[in-house]
Design a protein around this ligand. Structure first.
Ligand code: NDP
Length: 336
């Protein structure tokens, strides 16, 4: 197998030199085991957190859609596919005890019909369920509510925009280029802005004079600070991610909060806001419900998607780093 290891802690935005690619011999496929080959590897923003945590010279953490190429397990015949958190590697030996139906880090693909299997690390996978459960459960959108989404052209954000429209909401979206803004409008956003060239406060006072009921936050930091005053009373904020802060190595991410938190306490109190962080794995038991709904909406034409497919396993670090440069429309995946 070819494997990407983390060999240096990134300082600020990761660089290619933080990673190293090497060859690894796989153990033999014993009774009950399988060997899989990566079909599509996922690159995700959370990997920046992993790069702070995993031991140096260990395989980068991550998931992939993989196909069984050698099998001594009748449940997993050659050719069958799974999503597996096996890391940045082309081939993986999976022992029988890791192939249990209740395993958290491996699951069979849902029935995709004619849809591409790459979606199983995208809309019909972890990011799709992040949008589905994170938005519906935490933001509790009601018909006619005003919804704010940032990172709106990304894997999670582009799904939230469309789910909010399906639920009859007014959507205000922010993304990092005019081209992305145009795409987000095609997805149904009522207002979309390029956060790099727009004053967030001015945009929100123009687009949401009635104020914002639901804020699905992928970005955090300065954006959140500037958006919070535009929340309506009893507004709901789903704290999904804070990508604008991930490359800030100036402090330990779990250190006590500072006086410059983006959340103004007075705003939280006087508007009686509900602000909740979450991890998608909270709804692990319901993941197939999310997958089924996303598949249905895609098939009905209610949920559109784009994928940014980077060709070549050797480009894994480049695809990952690209997330912080806004290179991707929709989900970023690598085709080895
Ligand atoms: P995306 O597909 O949205 O890719 C990342 C995007 O973030 C980029 O394309 C870029 O778009 C934007 N971005 C990068 N740097 C900045 C910045 N400094 N300020 C504003 N935007 C920036 O990734 P995902 O959809 O997979 O993830 C979106 C968010 O959701 C992330 O914060 C991620 O950590 C979080 N997440 C949380 C989960 C959970 O369980 N809580 C699960 C999955 C994801 P642009 O061109 O618009 O700048």
């Amino acid at each position: 197998s070819r494997v990407w290891q983390l060999v240096r802690r990134p300082k600020g935005k990761p660089t290619v030199e933080d990673f190293s690619c090497l060859e690894e011999e796989l153990p033999p496929c014993a009774d009950g085991d399988v060997v899989v080959e990566a079909e599509y590897l996922s690159v995700d923003p959370y990997m920046r957190y992993m790069a702070r945590q995993i031991p140096l010279n260990s395989t980068m953490y991550g998931s992939q859609v993989a196909r069984v190429i050698e099998s001594k397990n009748p449940q997993w015949p050659v050719g069958s596919c799974m999503v597996v958190y096996s890391g940045w590697r082309t081939h993986t030996h999976i022992p029988s005890d890791k192939l249990q139906p209740d395993d958290k880090w491996m699951w069979p693909l849902p029935d995709m019909g004619t849809l591409p299997i790459s979606l199983c690390v995208g809309l019909v996978g972890m990011p799709g369920n992040t949008a589905y459960f994170g938005f519906l459960e935490l933001c509790q959108p009601k018909e006619g509510n005003t919804v704010l989404v940032n990172g709106a052209a990304g894997a999670v954000g582009s799904a939230v925009v469309q789910i909010a429209k399906i639920k009859g909401c007014k959507v205000i979206a922010f993304a990092g280029s005019d081209e992305k803004v145009a795409w987000v409008k095609e997805l149904g956003a009522d207002y979309a802005f390029n956060y790099k060239t727009t004053n967030i406060g001015e945009a929100l006072s123009q687009a949401a004079p009635e104020k914002i009921n639901c804020f699905f936050d992928n970005v955090g930091g300065q954006f959140t600070a500037e958006a919070l005053p535009f929340m309506a009373n009893y507004g709901r904020v789903a704290v999904c991610g804070a990508i604008s802060t991930y490359n800030d190595d100036s402090k330990d991410i779990y250190s006590p909060g500072s006086l410059n938190s983006p959340f103004s306490e007075a705003t939280l109190i006087w508007k009686e806001l509900k602000v909740e962080g979450f991890l998608v794995f909270r709804w692990k038991d319901r993941s197939s419900e999310g997958f089924k709904q996303m598949i249905q909406w895609i098939q009905e034409g209610k949920l559109k998607y784009r994928e940014t497919v980077v060709q070549g396993f050797d480009k894994m670090p480049i695809a990952f780093i690209g997330l912080f440069d806004g290179e991707n429309f929709g989900k970023a995946v690598v085709k080895p």
